[in-house]
Design a protein around this ligand. Structure first.
Ligand code: OOG
Ligand code: NI
Length: 465
C-alpha cells in the first residue's frame, strides 16, 4: 500500500455500509430490526454503566452501531477462490472451518473477517461463507447437472476481477478504483427474482436439499441475511412480535448470563419471495423461493480451549435431553434446562480469568502508570488496581448455532445424515489458502496486551499465570 491507496479497512467500511443500505431497501424487516436493536442498545447502555465502561475500554462503543455479519453460499471451488481474493481487498481473511454436514446441511464454511485489533475496531464486518459440497448429492445425474449449471455461471463481473488484479499487483486501490470496486462487488450479492433454471430443475434440486436449490438456481450468491449486534438479545427477542416480526422459538447458544460468553443468536423465518423460472419454450413459469431472513446476535467473551470444551459439553447434554425441533420446539423446557446446566459455568469475570476459561485484554491503569508498582505477581497487580483486564469479544461463529439457524430458515426439521464428514482439506484447496485458527488469534491478542501492559508497569519479568 502506498499513499495514493485507500486503506482496506476503509474499503470494508464503505462496502459494509453499502451492503446494509442495499439489504434495507430489499428487505424492509431488516430496517425494522435495526431500529429495534438501536433502541434496545441505547436503553441497555443507559441502564448499565459498568457495561458502558467495559465497552468503552475495549473501544467497542463506536463499532456497535455499524457492526454486522452477513452470509452467502457458494457453489463452486473457483467461486470460493475468487471470493477470498475479493474479501482480501477489504482486509477480510478466512478464519475458522465449520463443517455443517454433521447437522445435515451439505456445506462447509469459513468466516471472512478482519483480524488486527485496529481493523476490528474500525469495522468488524464479517461474512459467513459456505461452499456447497456436491460430493454429498447422492443422485449422480443430478450432481453432474448441478455441477454443469454452476460451471457456466460467473458470479463476478469482469471488472471486479480486473480490480482485484490491480489490487494484487499494486498492493492497493486508489479512491476512484475503490469506489468502483465497492459498487461492482455489491452486484454479486444482489437478490435475483429470475432463476437461471426452469421450474422442473429447481424442484429436482429442491428435493435433494433446499439449500442445493438456493445455491444452484440463481445467477449469484445473494446475501441471505445481515445481522446487527445487540447488547440485550432477550429484550430484542421479546420486542420483535410488537414490530410485526416473529422470531424463532429459542435463542441459539449459551443462556442469558451476567458475563456473556461466545455468541447468542436468534432469527426470523425466511421470506417466501416470487421467482420467475425460465421455461423450455422460452416463456416463464412463476414460483417462489425462500432464502432471505433476519437475524440478531449478542456477542460475549471468547473462550479458551478449556472454556470452549466446557461450553460444548454442557450444550450437548441439554440438546441430548431436550429434543428441539425448529418448528415446534419445546422452547421453555429447553431454556430452563439450558440455564440450569450452565450453572456450572462460572459467571464472574475474575473467576473466568483465574480458571483460564476465557480470553482477556490487559491494560495498565492510570494508578499503575503513575505509581511504578513493585509487585510479585499478576494477581497482585490486579488486586492492587494497577492492571485491569477486559473480555476479548468473540468475533467468530458457532457451528451448532449456525446449524440451528440454517434449520429454522429451511422451515423444516429436515435432518439428513450424510455419511461423509468434515473435509477441511478439500475446502482449503478450493479456497487456495489455509483458514486461520481463531483460538490462536485470541491467544495472541491476550499475550500481546499483557506484555505491553507489564512493560508499561515496569514489571516485564512477571509471568502469565
Ligand atoms: C449461514 C448460517 C450461519 C450464523 O450466524 O451462524 C450464520 C447461512 O444460512 O447461510 O449466519
Ligand atoms: Ni448469521
Amino acid at each position: 500500500m502506498v499513499a495514493r491507496h485507500v486503506h482496506p479497512d476503509s474499503i470494508r467500511d464503505l462496502f459494509s455500509r453499502a451492503m446494509s443500505d442495499m439489504y434495507r431497501a430489499e428487505v424492509p424487516q431488516y430496517g425494522t430490526l435495526l431500529e429495534l436493536v438501536a433502541d434496545v442498545n441505547a436503553v441497555t447502555l443507559r441502564a448499565d454503566s459498568a457495561l458502558r465502561a467495559m465497552l468503552e475500554q475495549g473501544c467497542e462503543i463506536e463499532r456497535l452501531g455499524i457492526e454486522r455479519h452477513g452470509a452467502i453460499r457458494l457453489g463452486a471451488a473457483q467461486e470460493l477462490f475468487d471470493m477470498r481474493r475479493v474479501f482480501a481487498v477489504m482486509g477480510m481473511y478466512p478464519v475458522g472451518y465449520y463443517d455443517l454436514s454433521i447437522a445435515g446441511v451439505p456445506v462447509h464454511s469459513t468466516a471472512f473477517r478482519p483480524i488486527a485489533e485496529g481493523a476490528l475496531r474500525r469495522n468488524p464486518f464479517r461474512v459467513f461463507t459456505s461452499l456447497l459440497r456436491l460430493d454429498l448429492i447422492e443422485d449422480l445425474a443430478l450432481r453432474a447437472e448441478a455441477e454443469a449449471i454452476l460451471a457456466a455461471r460467473q458470479i463476478f463481473t469482469p471488472r471486479v476481477l480486473e480490480l482485484v488484479d490491480v489490487f494484487e499487483a499494486e498492493g492497493g486501490l486508489t479512491r476512484p478504483e475503490a469506489e468502483e470496486f465497492v459498487r461492482a462487488t455489491l452486484d454479486t450479492f444482489r437478490w435475483h427474482s429470475v432463476a437461471t433454471v426452469d421450474l422442473d430443475t429447481y424442484q429436482k434440486l429442491h428435493r435433494t436439499h433446499r439449500l442445493v436449490a438456493d445455491i444452484v438456481s440463481f445467477k449469484g450468491p445473494h446475501i441471505n441475511h445481515l445481522t446487527p449486534r445487540t447488547l440485550d438479545i432477550d429484550a430484542v427477542q421479546a420486542g420483535m412480535p410488537q414490530c410485526g416480526i416473529t422470531p424463532k422459538a429459542v435463542i441459539e447458544g449459551p443462556p442469558r448470563r451476567k458475563c456473556p460468553i461466545l455468541l447468542r443468536q436468534t432469527s426470523f423465518k425466511a421470506l417466501d419471495e416470487p421467482i420467475a423460472f425460465s421455461h423450455s419454450a422460452g416463456n416463464v413459469a412463476s414460483g417462489t423461493h425462500t432464502a432471505r431472513f433476519g437475524e440478531i446476535e449478542q456477542r460475549g467473551v471468547a473462550l479458551t480451549t478449556t472454556g470452549r470444551s466446557l461450553y460444548d459439553q454442557l450444550l450437548a447434554t441439554v440438546r441430548r435431553d431436550v429434543q428441539l425441533g425448529a418448528l415446534d420446539p419445546n422452547a421453555v423446557a429447553y431454556e430452563v434446562e439450558l440455564s440450569e446446566r450452565f450453572q456450572s459455568f462460572p459467571d464472574d469475570w475474575a473467576e473466568l480469568r483465574r480458571r483460564g476459561l476465557a480470553f482477556f485484554r490487559y491494560s495498565a491503569t492510570a494508578t499503575g502508570l503513575t505509581s511504578s508498582p513493585c509487585c510479585e505477581s499478576l494477581c497482585e497487580l490486579i488486586a492492587r488496581g494497577f492492571l485491569r483486564f477486559d473480555p476479548i469479544v468473540y468475533e467468530d461463529f458457532l457451528p451448532v448455532s449456525a446449524a440451528g439457524i440454517f434449520q429454522s430458515n429451511l422451515g423444516t426439521d429436515e435432518q439428513k445424515n450424510y455419511s461423509a464428514h468434515s473435509n477441511r482439506g478439500q475446502f482449503e484447496e478450493a479456497l487456495g489458502a489455509v483458514v486461520q485458527d481463531e483460538l490462536e488469534l485470541y491467544e495472541k491478542g491476550e499475550k500481546v496486551s499483557l506484555e505491553r501492559a507489564l512493560k508499561q508497569l515496569g514489571s516485564p519479568q512477571i509471568a502469565f499465570a
